[in-house]
Design a protein around this ligand. Structure first.
Ligand SMILES: [Zn+2]
Ligand SMILES: [Zn+2]
Length: 175
């Protein structure tokens, strides 16, 4: 979604105050694609500071499906965003890109709302998502989701000395 900023830069310096829909339906990262399942309209405000300098603010909230780190079940993760950027349109494109942290969300006299928010989502992206604090994850042998029940696999991660003891215990039980 592009918002025309030329009114803010005109002689009247009319403040832009608009509510627009979020048009992203997924978040594409190197690690994969994450569907956006719901979002609030984006409230955008752009006001003139001086010369060609603007203060741009955008706020919204969205819910993204991110797989649980342990069991891979999709988790609804909520982002509440409120970002403010100081932009100087008097700069050249190259200077602007550098100034804006390599995410150029200004295209000529237009603000690309999705690009601006995408950068904010990246910076808020969680390092780890769990479906619940005590998620048991997947069995490393058969891949079963251990939250839904246990399996009969031996845990290969156990200390080998312990498995000797366990075998002795098993033999003892079988006698
Ligand atoms: Zn989980
Ligand atoms: Zn298993």
């Amino acid at each position: 979604m592009l918002i025309n900023l030329s009114d803010v830069l005109s002689d009247q310096h009319k403040t832009v105050d608009e509510t627009v829909p979020l048009t992203m339906d997924k978040i594409c990262l190197q690690s994969g694609e994450y569907p956006v399942v719901s979002s609030e309209p984006v409230h955008v405000r752009a006001e003139h500071i001086k010369g060609k300098e603007l203060l741009i603010n955008a706020d919204t909230a969205l819910t993204v499906l991110i797989p649980c780190d342990r069991c891979l079940e999709e988790v609804r993760y909520d982002f509440v965003l409120n970002c403010t950027r100081h932009v100087d349109l008097g700069l050249s494109d190259a200077e602007l890109t550098e100034e804006l942290d390599e995410s150029n969300f200004i295209d000529g006299y237009h603000l690309d709302v999705d690009k601006m928010l995408f950068h904010e989502i990246l910076s808020e992206w969680p390092e780890k998502v769990l479906c619940r604090e005590d998620c048991k994850g997947l069995c490393r042998v058969c891949g079963r989701n251990l939250n839904t029940g246990s399996c009969d696999c031996e845990d290969p991660g156990l200390d080998p000395r312990m498995s000797v003891v366990r075998d002795l215990f098993k033999n003892f039980k079988e006698v």
